[in-house]
Design a protein around this ligand. Structure first.
Ligand code: AMP
Length: 188
């Protein structure tokens, strides 16, 4: 399978190739066509290093409408470090696309900075759950145009006690948003 056969656009493939990525990984081959159809929610078991970030990042980038200045995708992550890595992939792989803006927000830094940044046109938000709740409570962002909600390292977020934050965030999202859950482990 090639990225083109999976339905990925030429401008994204160019950015992938620029980062020395030429062939889709197993998880990408399975997840990309499903997400591009934006049909149903997805649960995916994938470890770090399998290309799981690009598995959701590429099809989401392709379905973002740049002219719609609204948050269309939210990626929840357990830690600031993972958030920065995920945001970096959105940035790298949208290099040749019309202007798509990604913001990464996390706790431990002054919230005013994030509030100011979110006043600009933003299409993708990558966030840790606690900071996202704070921002929602201050009405600094609107999730009513969301097409995708991704829970990345969902098992890790549960281990860290973020269940109630995630429930709260889910109830603030447009109900039609497609939910994509990525986890390294699955309870039996
Ligand atoms: P992840 O599993 O998302 O943490 O990705 C691990 C690393 O693999 C990241 O540096 C990605 O940019 C890179 N990567 C993602 N997809 C591919 C691919 N299809 N082939 C080679 N490397 C990839």
């Amino acid at each position: 399978m090639t990225f083109s056969q999976l339905g990925i656009s030429e401008e994204i493939i160019q950015a992938l190739n620029g980062n020395k990525i030429f062939e889709p990984s197993d998880i990408q081959t399975k997840a990309i066509p499903h997400i591009l159809k934006n049909s149903t929610d997805l649960v995916s078991i994938a470890q770090t290093g399998t290309g799981k970030t690009a598995a959701f990042c590429l099809p989401i980038l392709q379905t973002i409408e740049p002219k719609l200045a609204q948050i269309q995708a939210l990626v929840l992550v357990p830690t600031r470090e993972l958030g920065q890595q995920v945001a970096r992939e959105f940035f790298l792989f949208s290099k040749h696309m019309p202007r798509i803006f990604t913001e990464c927000v996390y706790g431990g830094v002054p919230i005013d900075e994030h509030i100011e940044r979110l006043k600009r046109s933003t299409h993708v938000v990558v966030a840790t759950p606690g900071r996202l709740i704070d921002l929602l409570e201050r009405r600094a962002l609107n999730l009513q145009h969301l097409k995708y909600l991704v829970l990345d390292e969902a098992d890790e977020m549960m281990n860290m006690g973020f269940q109630s934050e995630i429930d709260k965030i889910l109830s603030s999202c447009k109900p039609e948003a497609t939910k994509l859950l990525f986890t390294a482990t699955m309870p039996t």
